[in-house]
Design a protein around this ligand. Structure first.
Ligand code: 5RP
Length: 237
């Protein structure tokens, strides 16, 4: 009986490990492929998350091409700094030629859900100042309809109940992200089960709610290039 359980447990662990490694391999592949999109002498906008962290680990290969970086989170700034890249403020440049970031979900219109790492506000600001937003994902994140991944919303804490109520009225289930404060000192509500039929309309509607700082829909300004790794190839869609 006990041995039976151990075998089952071992099989589950092996399965989880294989899946995780596979996804990580795909992230490695796409994070390396995007290097080809970077021209010499560029200020690079850089997002947040594990795919971006892998990308940063490859950046050394094209170090001479990069003048400086604009970062979308304190964590990314720290990592870039540790790797010897010059991090400058967005206000010093205004416009950025290329912004590279991951996503939690993407559809074929290159509309995204972002914010799994909680950096959505700065990510949206940097993306909005970029001439070309290149999004790098593995194929598990490519969906026909956005919304299986809970939609993150950064909220000013005094508006927590009000915004949560609005989400419930929409038939969704808001969950406060525990023990998490954004770089801007706000809270995150992760909204489960939101029916996202019209991403642009919903993005605008959520933006208009007093207390909402940013929502994780990137659909009014989607990615310009979406690179997807399936572990064998990297497709540009
Ligand atoms: C952070 C983000 C990330 O891009 C998103 O969560 C994807 O992360 P990962 O590369 O770790 O899967 O939006 O706010």
């Amino acid at each position: 009986m006990l041995a039976g359980y151990s075998v089952q447990y071992w099989n589950i662990l092996t399965h989880i490990r294989a899946n995780y490694m596979h996804q990580n391999d795909k992230k490695q592949m796409v994070a390396e492929a995007v290097l080809d999109y970077i021209d010499t002498g560029q200020v690079l906008g850089i997002g947040s998350g594990s795919t971006v962290e892998i990308f940063i680990s490859h950046l050394n290969k094209i170090r001479s091409k990069i003048d400086a970086c604009v970062s979308s989170s304190d964590k990314t700034s720290q990592l870039l700094d540790q790797n010897g890249f010059r991090v400058i403020e967005l206000r010093e440049v205004g416009t950025i030629p290329i912004y590279i970031d991951g996503a939690d979900e993407a559809n074929k219109q290159k509309q995204l859900i972002k914010g799994g790492g909680g950096a959505l506000t700065r990510e949206k600001i940097v993306a909005s100042c970029s001439e070309k937003f290149i999004c790098i994902i593995d194929d598990s994140k490519f969906v026909s309809k956005l919304g299986k991944f809970p939609l993150p919303i950064e909220v000013i804490s005094m508006a927590q109940s009000k915004i949560a109520l609005e989400m419930i009225k929409k038939g969704a289930r808001p969950v406060l992200r525990e023990n998490f404060i954004t770089d801007n000192k706000n809270i995150i509500l992760d909204v489960h089960g939101m029916d996202i039929n019209e991403p642009i309309v919903l993005e605008r509607e959520l933006n208009n709610m007093p207390g909402v700082v940013t929502n994780g829909l990137f659909s009014q300004k989607p990615a310009d290039v979406l690179l997807i790794s399936d572990g064998i190839n990297v497709k540009n869609i």
